[in-house]
Design a protein around this ligand. Structure first.
Ligand code: PRX
Length: 655
């Protein structure tokens, strides 16, 4: 376990004493305004969650809300339902039939709107396509697409026939895609000819072809024509590859949904951990849907007339829960935008807000910090008066960014909800309720009703006021049910630090006198770069895979926009010289192995790495060097000169 943030940083953060009560006009119309919801949920958490569950549509009711045999939970035991029915069919039967479900905009400016009825028909059609290609209940389907409506359609179509989707972010490399396909033994891959990012084509099918050389489980590939041959040539392998639009032409509009058990798997989503191998986080149907439905409704104060825009890519859990399942289960209108926020200009997001009258806007601190740097003229150029609520997710938000967002995007009339959660938690767990909570910038405030979070010391003692490890002390419906194919890792990673009923989040946090939580970042070997989780071990494995590298140690350093940046300390094999060429070659190598999100900002060549006498790399010292901080205690170093040399060298080559 790596060490925690220094106490001085915690103290700085807690000097933040500005408070922001809900703006009056917002509060007056908010759905949740009564503090009593917390006490009510705490008294009877199972009853509280069952209340939300009963707002969804079930084929047959559950017999008990929770079966908890730590660390294994089953929620809504015996209940059967279908996620696609809840996200689509039930809206089509009523007044939302022709309401916009998805308003999509491509980066080049192309636009499409799908009503709930459109979505219903296309999901059913694609579900039939999947069945015709041999996909059966319980099979895994890999999805590697740009942010296009077909991504949501594909997920819901899988859910409809009981297939398990595994979405792989389009920014991941061919190798990452291959490993994820193989880990889940997916039988079908859905990809596209390409997508657009900052004016460039992302040639997804070409990358997929690379992956498909070593994915024996894949029987069929479906290709969405996003570019329509305008840029990337596409190789279509006879008998295996099929065009989406051609298959859809043949497919019927009706598809009977499978009756899924509440505990049947809905999806797998890979995320980085403390080893070199990403974990396939498993979410099941009933609890996940209840958690995402409830939090979308309350955290975002969702109303039928809202236009909801979560800017995350669907390749991340934020997109799964707050672009697809949560908002669609609520019958909301969702905005989806394919491309970059600064394309063609730095007001693209605000242009989209203006064009569609977005009312709820949910993004990441890294984006907010970029907006801050670009300046207030960009949001000022556009009419943002439709906005009524702002959200933040993915990493700690610094108070300046919070206040800037509140003022310059929200016009001081929109509450800002800083929402803490994880791929593993499935839905938001620590968050303000916007009509109720007086926010403190930088704090995610309080656990959502029904959620029980605490701060614990290393010894497992509860800290009422002060810092330590953030833990969850009660199961919650949308919790992960396991790690795909690795039941032991589920137990050791999350439930073994203290007793098996205490979930270890991997985050450090502080609780203040008002019971508010201040998230302080990861306490394990996981980095958060621009809101993306990256395991230091993954980057290290990618580096040592290079033929010239002997050893590598990767740490995070602070970065003004991205929050953290990747710094890699590398020792080379005998006789190999470092230099600018090799440096960029190593950076490219990491991109090829993992994806552009993991590209190291710094590569520092060194003759030795600082190690303890037992051979453990001293990451704390490397972090201090990467940050340019004064050195700590080096007495346990096998060779104390190493650090001095490293530091000198870093100062020469680091910036
Ligand atoms: O460290 C926390 C940080 O992101 C981690 C979860 O990453 P991931 O599974 O990729 O999910 C990101 C989107 C939910 C957490 O362990 N994190 C997420 N939200 C916040 C946060 N840190 C501080 N404040 C947040 N609001």
């Amino acid at each position: 376990m790596a060490d925690q943030k220094p106490a001085a940083e915690i103290a700085d953060l807690l000097q933040e004493d500005r408070t922001f009560p809900p703006p009056e006009a917002f509060r007056a119309q908010a759905s949740v305004r009564d503090e009593a919801v917390y006490a009510r949920a705490a008294r009877d958490p199972e009853g509280f969650w069952a209340g939300f569950a009963s707002e969804l549509e079930w084929f047959s009711p559950w017999t008990s809300v929770l079966d908890w045999k730590p660390p294994h939970a089953r929620w809504f035991v015996g209940g059967t339902l279908n996620a696609s029915v809840n996200c689509v069919d039930r809206h089509v039967r009523g007044a939302r039939r022709n309401k916009a479900a998805i308003i999509w905009e491509g980066e080049p400016g192309d636009r499409r709107t799908l009503t709930y009825f459109d979505l219903y028909r296309q999901v059913s059609q694609f579900a039939n396509v999947l069945t015709s290609l041999g996909v059966r209940r319980g099979d895994r389907v890999a999805i590697y697409l740009p942010l296009v409506p077909e991504l949501a359609i594909a997920m819901l179509a899988c859910a409809r026939i009981g297939a398990i989707h595994s979405v792989v972010f389009g920014g991941f490399s061919a190798e990452s895609l291959r490993d994820r396909i193989n880990d889940a033994a997916a039988t079908l891959l859905i990809t596209a000819d390409g997508g657009w990012r900052r004016g460039q084509v992302v040639p997804l099918k070409q990358m997929a072809d690379e992956a498909l050389k070593e994915t024996p489980s894949i029987k069929n590939v479906v290709i969405v024509a996003r570019l329509h041959d305008s840029a990337a040539p596409v190789h279509v392998k006879e008998g295996r590859d099929h065009w989406y639009h051609l298959l859809m032409q043949e497919a019927s509009y009706t598809c009977e949904p499978e009756r899924m058990d509440a505990e049947d798997m809905l999806y797998i989503l890979y995320t980085s951990g403390t080893t070199g191998k990403p974990k396939g986080i498993v979410h099941t149907t009933g609890g996940y849907l209840v958690g995402t439905y409830a939090t979308t409704k309350w955290v975002f104060d969702l109303k039928d007339e809202d236009v909801f825009w979560c800017t995350a890519d669907i390749g991340w859990v934020t997109g799964h829960s707050y672009v697809v399942y949560g908002p669609l289960a609520n019958g909301a209108t969702v905005v989806m935008y394919e491309g970059a926020p600064d394309w063609p200009q730095r007001d693209r997001f605000w242009e989209i807000v203006e064009r569609y009258g977005v009312t709820i806007f949910y993004t990441a601190p890294t984006a907010i910090r970029a907006f801050m740097r670009w300046g207030t003229e960009w949001p000022r150029r556009r009419d943002l008066s439709s906005l009524r609520l702002l959200g933040s997710v993915g990493e700690p938000i610094n108070p300046e960014a919070w206040v800037w967002y509140y003022r310059h995007v929200g016009g001081e009339r929109c509450p800002v909800v800083d929402t803490w959660w994880q791929t593993e938690t499935g839905s938001i767990l620590i968050t303000p309720l916007p009509g109720l909570t007086t926010c403190k910038p930088g704090s995610a405030t309080r656990p959502f009703p029904g959620i029980s979070a605490e701060i614990r010391t290393d010894q497992g003692e509860t800290v009422e006021v002060g810092g330590g490890f953030l833990v969850l002390t009660r199961p919650w419906p949308s919790m992960l049910r396991g790690i795909y194919g690795d039941p032991d890792r589920y137990v050791t990673q999350y439930w073994s630090r203290w007793t098996p009923d205490i979930y270890f989040t991997g985050d450090g946090a502080k609780r203040d006198r008002d019971g508010f939580f201040w998230l302080l970042g990861r306490v394990d070997d996981v980095l958060n770069v621009a809101g993306h989780r990256i395991g230091t071990m993954e980057v290290e494995s990618a580096l040592v895979d290079h033929p010239r590298v002997a050893e590598a140690a990767v740490v995070g350093r602070s970065h003004e926009i991205k929050g953290q940046a990747v710094a890699a300390f590398v020792t080379l094999k005998e006789g190999v010289q470092g230099g600018d060429v090799l440096m960029s070659e190593l950076k490219d190598h990491v991109v090829r192995k993992i994806g552009a999100i993991a590209r190291p900002d710094d590569v520092i060549f060194t003759a030795d790495l600082p190690k303890t006498r037992s051979g453990k790399i001293m990451r704390r010292l490397l972090r201090d060097i990467a940050e340019g901080k004064a050195l700590g205690d080096t007495t346990t170093l096998a060779d104390p000169n190493v650090i001095a040399r490293l530091k000198e060298q870093y100062q020469e080559t680091g910036e």
